[in-house]
Write a protein that binds this ligand. Structure first.
Ligand code: F6P
Length: 321
């Protein structure tokens, strides 16, 4: 029976990571297993930066955005010597298994840890929801709610001034945040990297036809993988005569108190990760399939592909008339 595990957060932070950490710590302690928090992601393994965690360590954290263990991107962990150094430090600390909470970049580190003999289970923690093996990643719902709150505010001022608001949202190279926020905000236009776009056909013509139907303000949501919102706003103003303003929402999308959906899913996933380690499983990603919490092999998970739902793309266009 495993006696001690470590838990770390890696890559871009996401609201709900603390709920996942809390679930890992308390599920482990409930099962008589000690927990070491690893500070600043994989850097903490390489630097031997561990903190003892007990049930009280994660008290009052469920509702907090960010990650109490801090996070970082770790270059040293991209080579096998770094991985081996991390494992050596973990073993010195008595750690027999690790839970890694992060995005697909962090999963490669989790895979390497397993290959080098440290049992590791990964949880999908990123606002982007761009991890192919899971329907849901921790932080996505909270991010969407932050975006729609901001866009609803921008719609207020755009309607007052009869303007077009061009808004960039995060998502790295994926359009999941953009397409769902676009539908939720009733955006006239949603541009995502998966679809590409033609300025005249997909933006200008849509705005012009909306104007003919009596629209007096416009919302254009642009995924950061497309970018260029300042120039796009200038072009829209030049070609349509409608005053246009650009807003880049940026890192506000990464903060905030996690929503119920993120708190519950993070708690389920954190608990599942510890159960897998107790069962002696390793090299697994905890994921959501058909709304159920399950797990897949990390190699298989990293080789999977997913794309933005064509049905959502169709709805976003149809409902914007
Ligand atoms: O992966 C999450 C994310 O917020 C992406 O949406 C974004 O492109 C990236 O992280 C920003 O990275 P950083 O916080 O290092 O600027």
């Amino acid at each position: 029976m495993i006696k001690k595990i470590g838990v770390l957060t890696s890559g871009g932070d996401a609201p709900g990571m603390n709920a996942a950490i809390r679930a890992v710590v308390r599920t482990a302690i409930y099962n008589g297993i000690e927990v070491a928090g690893v500070v600043r992601g994989y850097n903490g393994l390489i630097n031997g930066d561990f903190i003892k965690m007990d049930a009280r360590s994660v008290g009052e954290t469920l509702q907090k955005g960010g990650t109490i263990l801090q996070t970082a991107r770790c270059r040293e962990f991209r080579n096998i010597e770094g991985v081996r150094k991390g494992i050596e430090n973990a073993k010195k600390e008595g750690i027999e298994g690790l839970v890694v909470i992060g995005g697909d970049g962090s999963f490669r580190g989790a895979r390497d840890l397993t290959r080098e003999g440290m049992s590791t289970v990964a949880l999908p923690g990123t606002i982007d929801n761009d991890i192919a093996c899971t329907e849901y990643t921790i932080g996505y719902d909270t991010c969407l709610n932050t975006v729609i709150d901001a866009v609803d505010k921008l719609r207020d001022t755009s309607s007052s001034h009869e303007r077009c608001s061009v808004i960039e949202v995060m998502g790295r190279n994926a359009g999941y945040i953009a397409i769902e926020a676009g539908i939720a905000c009733g955006a006239e236009v949603v541009l995502i990297p998966e679809m590409g776009y033609d300025l005249q056909k997909d933006v200008i013509d849509v705005i012009e036809s909306g104007k003919k139907r009596g629209k007096q303000h416009y919302i254009v949501i642009v995924a950061e993988g497309i970018g260029g919102v300042v120039e796009m706003a200038e072009k829209i103003q030049e070609l349509t005569g409608i005053e246009s303003r650009a807003t880049i929402l940026g890192h506000i999308q990464r903060g905030g108190s996690p929503t119920v959906r993120d708190r519950v899913i993070a708690s389920q996933m954190g608990s599942k990760a510890v159960e897998l380690l107790i069962e002696g499983k390793s090299n697994r990603i905890v994921c959501m399939k058909n709304s159920e919490i399950t797990d897949v092999d990390i190699e298989d998970g990293l080789n999977m592909k997913k794309s933005v739902s064509e049905e959502l793309v169709k709805i976003a266009k149809q409902l914007a008339i």
